[in-house]
Write a protein that binds this ligand. Sequence first.
Ligand SMILES: *[C@@H]1O[C@H](CO)[C@@H](O)[C@H](O)[C@H]1NC(C)=O
Ligand SMILES: *[C@@H]1O[C@H](CO)[C@@H](O)[C@H](O)[C@H]1NC(C)=O
Ligand SMILES: *[C@@H]1O[C@H](CO)[C@@H](O)[C@H](O)[C@H]1NC(C)=O
Ligand SMILES: *[C@@H]1O[C@H](CO)[C@@H](O)[C@H](O)[C@H]1NC(C)=O
Ligand SMILES: *[C@@H]1O[C@H](CO)[C@@H](O)[C@H](O)[C@H]1NC(C)=O
Length: 202
Amino acid sequence: MDPWWSWGAMALLCLLVPGGHPVPCRVSISPEEPTVEFGTSLLLNCTSSCRNYSRLSWEVSITKTGTRGPGWVSLSIPNVTDWSLELQCFGIFGEHRDIATTTLHAYRFSPPQIYLEGDAVAGKEARVTCNASAQVSPPDPPNLRLTLRGGGLPPSTRRGPSVGLGFTAQPEQHGQEMTCEAVLRLGRRTVNASATVTLWVW
Ligand SMILES: *[C@@H]1O[C@H](CO)[C@@H](O)[C@H](O)[C@H]1NC(C)=O
Ligand SMILES: *[C@@H]1O[C@H](CO)[C@@H](O)[C@H](O)[C@H]1NC(C)=O
Ligand SMILES: *[C@@H]1O[C@H](CO)[C@@H](O)[C@H](O)[C@H]1NC(C)=O
Ligand SMILES: *[C@@H]1O[C@H](CO)[C@@H](O)[C@H](O)[C@H]1NC(C)=O
Ligand SMILES: *[C@@H]1O[C@H](CO)[C@@H](O)[C@H](O)[C@H]1NC(C)=O
């Protein structure tokens, strides 16, 4: 049959059927932008806006495991070992087919470590260093920012993976804390962690 004719006929039918919605049936994936830590598990859900599908299924390059119920089918990934994975879910509604697509992104994040380099002697130059590590799906470099604050010094923010701050050690800094906060931006999500060191000034 001529596809234009069948589309036209279906559109006309939708308009003529009393109470019929001309809104096409849709499938959607949740979460919309899945982002998980490498090596962890994830549960995705694909839902259909209509119940009259003949098929509702995932199209993925990994082993499909999950459950289904009326209007939905889940996909369980027990161990995410791809930095980036294309996921598709489709629904077949008579002649109409709808496809939802998303990309799963994995990341790795090691909390920061902060330390005072050597001994801080009053009146002498001292240095605090903080580093953290992050990995995201290639080719993008991780959007990692490190902020050092405390010790009576102005806060300093740099792009990671390492940030250092040199200053002249003051006796009153003895016993004060310095904190390093690492913030990794992953699209709409952020992951953060911090570490603290106590200044010891001789
Ligand atoms: C996930 O897979 C990796 C690599 O195959 C393996 O080293 C790790 O132990 C697995 N983790 C879990 C929780 O199964
Ligand atoms: C998937 O979504 C449907 C509709 O929101 C919900 O009823 C169902 O429990 C969800 N399934 C899983 C496994 O979360
Ligand atoms: C499925 O139901 C929707 C409304 O819920 C309707 O618009 C659509 O025409 C129906 N499709 C089929 C193939 O029955
Ligand atoms: C921070 O740097 C130290 C010394 O270079 C290193 O041993 C440590 O593994 C690094 N930590 C992270 C999270 O990269
Ligand atoms: C992460 O960020 C939130 C919001 O800015 C903040 O309240 C929280 O203390 C931070 N967590 C760590 C471990 O730094």
